[in-house]
Write a protein that binds this ligand. Structure first.
Ligand code: PLP
Length: 355
């Protein structure tokens, strides 16, 4: 059977009916890649996987939620959607709105979204409202706007978003045969960690997994409200996807963290970028900076023994590295670029000098 997206696949666990028109781009069904080289170097016996959500149609896990949110918006007769976004939500909203034939308005922090995401929002034809403020400022306005304009909010406060996103946990259980011991995610609004817990809990309840994972949430130090224990007024990090100071799923995330015996921790931008680079160089997997936070966290806690040897660990790589080419290039060694004349001699020399 042709794969036609996660709503079709998980129809019986999602709030759709026979007559619902499904707005899909074939999202979901992403690879679960077992890391080989990094665990070997670490010298620890762990089964470490990355769920490569960057391979969704618009390059991030947001597509899982957006297929549901836009499907339900269209079902309810909505002709326009709106979101506040650090970038990926706007890319997904723009694409799914185009597919549905409705309008998308995206509210983004001026100058603070990665180039690839901006390109997506623009090329899909959404109306971009740039604000001189951050994501949290945009979110505050978007939450009130539906009282003033005929638009459906498709941020993760829209419960259909989390319904779609929970399917990532279903896929992992189906692939591993049960839930992993630990699941690690980067945390911004904390919608995705909440959705994963929902998915794991549902599959546990119906007997598809005999266990549930310990949930680990990792943030950037400059945007770490869960570590601080309160809102952060001026969040700052190079990992723009998690540059959020006032998480919308705060209560749910605290609750699930406690329930699963999990924890939160934070990393510097330097550590996040080093992990992003390590994944590309040692495993061939290119994720965006925010995504690498999940692996930075898992690796540190494996090293510390907080995650014991013998464990299985899944890290969500939330978005594709191509989303943010500027940050990728900026951290590469420019001397790896060799300029030569177009002669056999010079190309040969370049190779032999660098073997
Ligand atoms: C949205 C996003 C996050 C954060 O997810 P939340 O549900 O807001 O916690 C992390 N990484 C990437 C790439 C994202 O797009």
């Amino acid at each position: 059977m042709r794969y036609t997206g996660l709503i079709e696949k998980y129809r019986d666990r999602l709030p759709v009916s026979e007559s619902t028109r499904i707005i899909s781009l074939g999202e979901g069904n992403t690879p679960l890649i077992k890391l080989e080289n990094i665990p070997k170097e670490l010298g620890k016996e762990v089964d470490l996987y990355v769920k490569y959500e960057g391979l969704n149609p618009t390059g991030s896990f947001k597509d899982r939620g957006m297929t549901m949110a836009v499907t339900k918006a269209v079902e309810s007769g909505s002709e326009a959607i709106i979101c506040a976004s650090t970038g990926n939500t706007s890319a997904a909203a723009a694409a799914y709105a185009a597919r549905a034939g409705i309008k998308a308005f995206v509210v983004i922090p001026q100058g603070k979204i990665a180039l690839g995401k901006l390109a997506q929002a623009m090329i899909h034809g959404s109306t971009i409202i740039q604000i001189k403020g951050n994501f949290d400022d945009g979110m505050k306005i978007v939450k009130e706007i539906s009282n003033h304009a005929p638009v459906s909010i498709v941020n993760s406060i829209n419960p259909f978003r989390l319904q779609g996103q929970k399917t990532a946990a279903f896929e992992i259980i189906e692939e591993l045969g049960s839930a992993p011991d630990y699941h690690s995610l980067p945390v911004g609004n904390a919608g995705n960690i909440t959705a994963h817990w929902m998915g794991y809990t549902e599959y546990h309840e119906i007997g598809k997994s005999d266990s549930k994972p310990t949930m680990l949430g990792y943030q950037a130090e400059g945007a770490a409200p869960f570590i601080k224990g309160s809102k952060v007024d001026n969040p700052e990090t190079i990992a723009t996807a998690i540059r959020i100071g006032n998480p919308q799923s705060w209560e749910q995330a605290l609750k699930l963290s406690k329930e699963s015996n999990g924890w939160f921790d934070a990393f510097t931008d330097k550590e996040i970028l080093a992990t992003q680079k390590m994944l590309t160089e040692k495993e061939g997997v290119f994720c965006e900076p925010a995504s690498a936070t999940s692996v930075a966290g898992a690796l540190r806690d494996i090293k510390l023994g907080k995650i014991p040897e013998g464990s299985s660990v899944v890290c969500t790589l939330t978005g594709h590295g191509l989303k943010d080419p500027d940050t990728a290039i900026a951290q590469c060694d420019q001397s790896a670029m060799i300029n030569v004349n177009p002669t056999l001699e010079e190309v040969k020399k370049a190779i032999l000098d660098h073997m």
